[in-house]
Design a protein around this ligand. Structure first.
Ligand code: HEM
Length: 397
């Protein structure tokens, strides 16, 4: 009996022991992964904190209003999403990679639609980060890295870059040392660049396009922003960083548009521990869930009159729940480019309003389409009327 007991219990004992070891190992691996992610994020934050201060003309110089003027000579209505996407692509390429692209001068190439590329690759938001490292062959990214490498190989170029006043994102990555003192492998460099290309381009294009649409449909707020910008910049189509802190009304309108049309409509998470809600419902550890910023921002329990465009909700002193407004997400994985992108959006809005009056196309009301970034099913069609420039008129007379 004892033999049979032994023969029965031994294997069972070793299996449960093995299971314990495996689960402990799993836990250790998870903790290690979490620590790696945390360190990576802290490192990336340091990089980005140095990045969002390129010379102001890099941002101001990237709105090709002349091209828009050509367009409105030919068509009374313009589908703005694609043009804005080309502009934000040029901006991120210049500001993050010192790469002087001219996508705005070209027509749209579907290959530049990084969010669709990712959507096709996986479809699940929580797979994005994993996919971004696997997706190494974006020709644009490869092109930028190859060009940089070639430049750095030229004699004396490395020292020149090292002593530059404004290191760009790619410079900082190239000089970054890994924990073991080695340089970052090209594969990792490519993944970081891809992340920035996506996070810094499609999302921003969505943001700017919907903000312009919101202002087009609210001419009184549009005019108030224009007056604020005119009093700050005059009719100069350029400005300094300081100007961007002096546009309170325009900033409030941008925020209200980000609430109504959050460029990142939702995110995915895997629960690292069970969670209970105030109404008694709960979800288990390991559950994959989607958090919808779009629904949060349109929830009448959180925002009274959620469908009304009301920039006064962001006036100094107005109170709301700390997590009621989350266009850039919250917590430890929130958007690290938010300061940069708020500046980019202010520049785009300011320069557009100085030159054009915006009106919606009543026959093509955009239909919000929550993809990885918020798009419109039928595009965003606006009527652009060129405003006369009082300074230019004076010069001519
Ligand atoms: C209007 C434009 C933008 C919006 C609405 C936006 C929104 C967001 C959101 C919601 C997240 C969290 C994603 C998640 O938790 O899964 C995020 C993450 C991120 N964003 Fe942005 N973003 C914008 C522009 C930018 C720009 C211009 C950059 C770079 C210059 C950038 C860099 C990043 C990075 C690197 C992350 C990942 C951070 C991490 O995982 O720790 N974003 N963004």
């Amino acid at each position: 009996m004892s033999v049979s007991m032994l023969s029965l219990t031994r294997p069972l004992g070793s299996v449960s022991g093995l299971l314990q070891v495996v689960s402990l190992l799993g836990l250790a691996l998870l903790l290690l992964k979490a620590a790696q992610l945390y360190l990576h994020r802290q490192w990336l934050l340091k990089v980005v904190q140095r990045f969002p201060s390129p010379p102001s003309h890099w941002l101001f110089g990237h709105i090709q209003e002349d091209k828009w003027e050509d367009f409105i000579r030919q068509n009374s209505y313009v589908e703005i999403f694609e043009h804005v996407s080309l502009m934000t692509l040029d901006t991120i390429m210049k500001c993050a990679f010192s790469y002087q692209g001219s996508h705005q001068a070209d027509s749209w190439n579907p290959g530049w639609d990084t969010s669709s590329k990712w959507a096709k690759g996986g479809g699940c938001v929580w797979e994005l980060r994993a996919l971004s490292s696997a997706w190494e062959h974006c020709s644009e990214t490869d092109g930028v890295i190859k060009l940089k490498k070639a430049q750095l190989q030229e004699e004396g170029e490395l020292e020149k870059v090292r002593s530059k006043r404004h290191l760009d994102f790619l410079d900082i990555l190239r000089f970054a040392k890994m924990e073991d003192g080695s340089s970052m492998p090209d594969k990792d460099l490519c993944a970081e660049v891809d992340t920035f290309m996506f996070e810094g381009h499609d999302t921003t294009a969505s943001g700017i396009s919907w903000i312009l649409y919101a202002l087009a449909t609210h001419p009184e707020h549009q005019q108030q922003c224009r007056e604020e910008v005119q009093s700050l910049l005059g009719d100069e189509h350029t400005g300094e960083w300081d100007h961007l802190d002096q546009m309170p009304y325009t900033t409030m309108c941008i925020k209200e548009a980000l609430r109504l049309y959050p460029p990142v409509p939702g995110i995915g998470r895997e629960l690292s521990k069970p969670i209970s809600f105030p109404d008694g419902r709960s979800l288990p550890k390991g559950f994959l869930l989607m958090l919808s910023f779009y629904c949060l921002h349109h929830n009448p329990k959180v925002w009274p009159n959620p469908e009304v465009f009301d920039p006064s909700q962001y006036a100094p002193g107005s109170a709301r729940h700390s997590h009621a407004f989350l266009p850039f997400s919250g917590g430890s994985r929130n958007c690290i480019g938010k300061q940069f992108v708020m500046n980019e959006m202010k520049v785009a809005v300011a320069l557009t309003l100085l030159r054009f009056e915006l009106a919606p196309d009543p026959s093509r009301v955009p239909v919000p389409w929550p993809r990885i970034v918020l798009k419109s099913k039928n595009g965003i069609h606006l009527h652009l009327r060129k405003l006369s420039n009082p300074c230019a008129d004076k010069d001519e007379s």
